[in-house]
Write a protein that binds this ligand. Structure first.
Ligand code: GLN
Ligand code: ZN
Length: 489
């Protein structure tokens, strides 16, 4: 097109042709073709850049010493992306022939990636292809509710926590020593079992109803699963900013996902062996695993999510078979991944909700499935939360002073719900009177038979002193409120 027609004759066009969001080396020849197409628009000049700033990706893939060399050849972190831009710029200046070698090396790597073993696993694909509607549904809620009441015999306003207990310096030290090979696996496992012993005794002393093992074995709720599932790789130095000054080290989901062996079963069953109270199995859901990892870009997210869901479904079956009757599947990222564009939301909500339903759809009626969401914008995703069909959902509510209960009640949500009564983002210990106030506020809107009592989120960032003091006050407040109610009210 002549420059006059596009009005670009005195403009520089900057093509963001290298994806700044993902860590794939990608299709460099395609990127160059896009730049050449831009050049056809008749601007004064065309320049190359990344589609976004590079804060979403780690620094340098060359820093990784443990990643498989073949996987490395498929990757581009920030330094490699800058290198790609330099290559493209040279191509713009000197012509395609000058960068032919780089373009074909990238194309070869891409072709190699798409055909490499593990990227497509026949068994995983056959299983996903054979799924039918029944795999996504459990028995009707009423049937589950009575089977669970019978199996669990919980009091009114059951008390539980979200999963993690404080990750102390001791825990982090032991993990670092184990990772560095300073202590053998057997010592590390002894240490973790001793941690679980303490956490179970503590919860029994406090008088909680559904206990947790405390997650001492997890460095991170996503990376832990990535380390134990096929199809993922974990980096050593791949830190990226998550928010503010916080950084995370996302795993790389590069291939078809499957579970070589049970992951959480030994820890959950060990914890359950220590107590007659139910211990909640603790899993991270497919959406959150995808949201907090670098994911493959060669298939729709929903397909990847279903693969993760099937691995979790097997884990749930193994937990059940080992006698775990309450299982939580955390989905704190469900809201976070919701597309900004309204038009894209229904498709997202469909695959995300379905992946949760697929993960949990095999659970027996008597198995109580919990989920946890880290925010209080219940109204925004209420239909999706309802569609998850979890027996119990815990959400943040203390920080927002129980604002959310009005939305919950207005929506007619009729499954178990635990609006948080302890803001774990702060070291402050809520008084029993304060927690009682929050609980009574919740009880005004939510029928007693649905109401659970729990903190806003996991306790991993808190210290033990404040955690114990807060939980004590929560128990005291709950006992006071229980005195005034009768189940079924
Ligand atoms: N089970 C996790 C924990 O307690 C949930 C954390 C989260 O919601 N981010 O730490
Ligand atoms: Zn949370």
């Amino acid at each position: 097109m002549p420059a006059a027609a596009t009005g670009l004759a005195d403009k520089v066009l900057v093509g963001g042709v290298i994806d700044g969001h993902n860590i794939w080396r990608g299709d460099l020849a395609g990127a160059f073709a896009n730049l050449e197409a831009l050049r056809g628009l008749g601007a004064r000049a065309v320049a190359a850049t990344t589609s976004t700033s590079l804060l979403h990706v780690p620094h340098d893939v060359e820093d990784e010493s443990t990643l498989d060399a073949r996987l490395v050849s498929w990757l581009a972190f920030a330094d490699q992306k800058v290198g790609q831009i330099v290559t493209l710029a040279r191509g713009l200046a000197e012509g395609r022939v000058a960068i032919e070698e780089e373009l074909s090396a990238a194309s070869d790597a891409l072709a190699d990636r798409l055909s490499a073993p593990g990227v497509q696993d026949g068994a995983v694909r056959a299983r996903a292809a054979a799924l039918g509607e029944a795999d996504f549904s459990r028995a009707p809620y009423a049937e589950r509710e009575s089977a669970q009441a019978e199996a669990l015999r919980l009091p009114a306003l059951p008390l539980t926590t979200i999963g993690s207990f404080p990750q102390t310096g001791d825990i982090r030290r032991a993990r670092a020593q184990f990772t560095k090979g300073v202590i053998p696996a057997s010592d590390y496992e002894d240490f973790l079992r001793a941690e679980i012993d303490r956490v179970i005794v503590l919860q029994e002393d406090l008088g909680l109803d559904v206990l947790v093992h405390g997650e001492p074995e997890r460095n991170d709720m996503v990376q832990y699963f990535a380390e134990n599932l096929d199809g993922f790789a974990v980096t050593e130095h791949g830190w990226v900013q998550s928010y503010g000054s916080r950084a995370t080290r996302p795993s790389i989901l590069w291939g078809d996902v499957s579970r070589p062996a049970p992951i959480t079963v030994p820890w959950s069953t060990y914890a359950q062996s220590l107590t007659v109270k139910p211990v909640k199995g603790m899993l991270t859901g497919p959406v959150t695993i995808l949201a907090w990892s670098f994911v493959r870009d060669d298939q729709p997210l929903g397909e990847t999510a279903d693969q993760v869901a099937l691995a979790l479904r097997d884990e749930i079956a193994d937990l059940e078979a080992a006698g775990i009757g309450v299982i939580q599947v955390d989905e704190p990222a469900l809201r976070e991944l919701l597309p900004l564009k309204k038009a894209d939301q229904p498709a997202y909500l469909e695959w995300s909700v379905n992946s949760f339903r697929l993960a949990t759809g095999g659970a027996a009626s008597a198995t109580q499935v919990h989920t946890h969401l880290c925010y209080s914008e219940f109204g925004v995703v209420i239909d999706a939360i309802r569609a998850l069909d979890a027996d119990v959902t815990s959400i943040e509510a203390a920080r927002s002073r129980m604002e959310v209960v009005a939305d919950i009640s207005a929506s007619g949500f009729d499954h178990g719900i635990g609006p948080g009564v302890y803001d774990i983002h702060s070291p402050r210990v809520p008084t029993a009177a304060e927690v009682e106030g929050l609980l009574r506020r919740a009880a005004e809107e939510i029928p007693n038979r649905q109401l659970w009592v729990n903190p806003d989120c996991g306790l991993k960032t808190r210290g033990y002193d404040e955690t114990v003091a807060s939980l004590r006050n929560i128990v005291e407040a709950t006992q006071r409120v229980r005195e005034d109610i009768s189940v079924g009210a």
